[in-house]
Design a protein around this ligand. Structure first.
Ligand SMILES: [Fe+2]
Ligand SMILES: [Fe+2]
Length: 156
């Protein structure tokens, strides 16, 4: 498997969780559980993707700007996650802010899948793309298991 497919698989997990969470209401066990899962997926994915997809591209002339843009969006998502964490789950503001996050996530995944992957395919050899996928998946597994401790400064 190449890095693009490995990332796409996890994007689909994020999309599914985004769908489910937008259909919840009030402070319920279901909503708490889904929010925890979505947060974990977003945080662990951002770290692994920056390490095994974006970082090597920052040094290339063709993708430096895109890589910086993608990583800046991870930061914006992080800020929204913090804002949601600090909001009362039973208030309407909670879902409104989650919807803002979902909108950002959807747009970001589209950029990666419809634009950045095509450009990266010109820069990563097939072998590199396969080896990056292995490292990416190993990190995902390891970090999911030890989240939130795997992401310094994050709480459940
Ligand atoms: Fe990303
Ligand atoms: Fe991604």
């Amino acid at each position: 498997m190449k890095i693009y497919k490995a990332i796409k698989k996890d994007h689909d997990i994020q999309r599914d969780l985004c769908d489910k969470i937008s259909n919840t209401s009030g402070d319920t066990e279901e909503r708490r559980e889904l929010w925890k899962k979505l947060k974990k997926e977003l945080e662990v994915h951002a770290v692994a993707e920056e390490r095994y997809f974006y970082s090597p591209l920052v040094d290339s002339d063709d993708m430096q700007e895109d890589a910086r843009h993608g990583m800046a969006e991870h930061h914006e998502m992080d800020e929204l996650i913090e804002e949601i964490n600090d909001t009362d789950m039973s208030s309407p503001h909670w879902l409104a802010t989650v919807k803002k996050l979902i909108h950002k996530v959807e747009h970001h995944l589209e950029d990666e899948e419809k634009d950045f992957f095509d450009k990266a395919k010109k820069l990563y050899s097939e072998e590199e793309a396969e080896s990056l996928a292995k490292s990416y998946e190993t990190t995902m597994t390891e970090y999911r298991d030890s989240w939130p401790a795997s992401i310094p400064g994050k709480d459940e």
